[in-house]
Structures are given as structure tokens and as C-alpha cells.
Design a protein around this ligand. Sequence first.
Ligand code: ADP
Ligand code: ADP
Length: 216
Amino acid sequence: MNIYINDLSKYYKNKKALDHITLHLSSGIYGLIGPNGAGKTTFLSILCGLIKNDSGTIEIDEVKFLSDDFYHVFGYVPQSPALYVDLTCNEFLEYICALKSIDKNQIDHTLKLVNLYDQKYIKIKKLSGGMKQRLSIAQAIINDPQILLLDEPTTGLDPIERLRLKNLLRNLSKNKIIIISTHIIQDMDHLAKSLIFFKNGQLLDFKSPQELILSL
Ligand code: ADP
Ligand code: ADP
């Protein structure tokens, strides 16, 4: 699986949010690193089709793009999880399955993957922040997408939940492209195979955090 991003740019009115991004991604975990306002959310939103780029192209191989299988290619975990807190975990995932035409049989397996099976019939408003984050990941992976995008998933998580999240993503990463945005470089230690550095909408040409720090 490969994603080829070529000369991608995006403006919000006159504000340039992405500036001629060219990038090749293959299977594995990528850390998308950059300060607030760097363009990370914009980049992920364009990749999964939530907003449109102004110029440039995105090509994905090994994926036959039929109009109705879009949901089965991408999983997206937004920065602020959109959960219906009065539903139980099971009701919420049933709703997601109905929305995306996914077999409800996937629910138990997915809840086990994100370690929430014991919470299946618990209302979402009773869950901790880390559990809500894992439920948000569950809705994104329930159809086993080949590309998984996560926008600042570690925000607000305690150290134990951060480790749980890392383990979960590591286990999921076989044959998938996973992109995780964060402004905390350390969150990508022993997790990401490569880091992508963004600043002011531009892709910085650094191979490692050390190189980045030395340049400051
Ligand atoms: P992030 O935490 O990823 O930087 P923001 O807090 O910047 O996200 O953005 C939150 C929401 O506000 C997003 O929906 C984004 O599109 C919108 N937004 C961000 N900056 C602006 C802006 N300058 N004008 C209008 N909307 C904005
Ligand atoms: P990040 O996720 O790295 O914080 P964003 O992609 O949210 O960065 O934002 C990139 C730039 O685009 C920022 O300067 C932000 O203020 C601006 N921006 C984001 N969304 C909007 C929007 N809906 N309208 C106007 N400006 C926006």
C-alpha cells in the first residue's frame, strides 16, 4: 500500500495552510509533528476527504476506489471525539455500523481490540477520557481500514493511557498506513517508523528529532 502526495496546497481565504507538500507514504506508522497551526489537521482532513485541497494530487495504490467504499479505505480519529454520550458503547458502534454498512458482528472483536469489551453496555458519559479516546479509535477501525489517521490522539491522556494507545497502534499497524499527528515528539518514540515535520504549512526536511533540535 502506498500514498503518493504531490504538490499539495491549501488556502483558507488568503491564509496558506499547506504549502506544496510532496510526500510518499508506505505501510507503517508515521508521526506528523508540528506546532499548533502547522497544518496537521488540514493535512489529515484532506487525506480522508473531509475538506478539499486547492491544488496538487493524492494517489493511493492497491485500492480500487468505488464511490461507496470510501469508508472502508480510511479510518479517521478526530481531535475531539464525536461521541453520543447518552448511548452505550454497543449502541454507538451499532449506529456507526448502520451508517457505514458494516456487519454488526465486528463490534465484539473491535471492543476487545481496544480493550473496552467490559464496557460494552456502559454509557459513554461514564467512561474515562482514555476510554472515550479508545472508543473513538474503535469507530475508526471497525471496518479494518487500510489507512488510519489520528489527530492528536494523546491529548489529555495520562501516561498509562498513552502506553495503552501506543501498544494498540503498534498492534494495528501491520499492512496499514497509520498517521498520528502530535506536537509531542516523545509520543512517537519506539512507535513511528518515520517522522514528518510540518511548520507553517511546509514540510521540513529533517530525518530525526535530533536533527530538528540541532537546527533550532
Ligand atoms: P488544532 O488544535 O489542530 O490547531 P484548531 O484549534 O486550530 O485545531 O482548530 C479548531 C477548529 O477551528 C478547526 O475546525 C479549524 O478548521 C478551525 N479554525 C482554526 N483556525 C481558524 C481560523 N483562523 N479561522 C477560522 N477557523 C479556524
Ligand atoms: P494544526 O493542526 O497543525 O494545528 P491546522 O491545520 O489546524 O494546524 O491549521 C493550519 C493553519 O490554517 C492555521 O494557521 C489555522 O489557523 C488555519 N486554519 C485552519 N482551519 C481554518 C479555517 N477553517 N479557516 C481559516 N483558517 C483556518
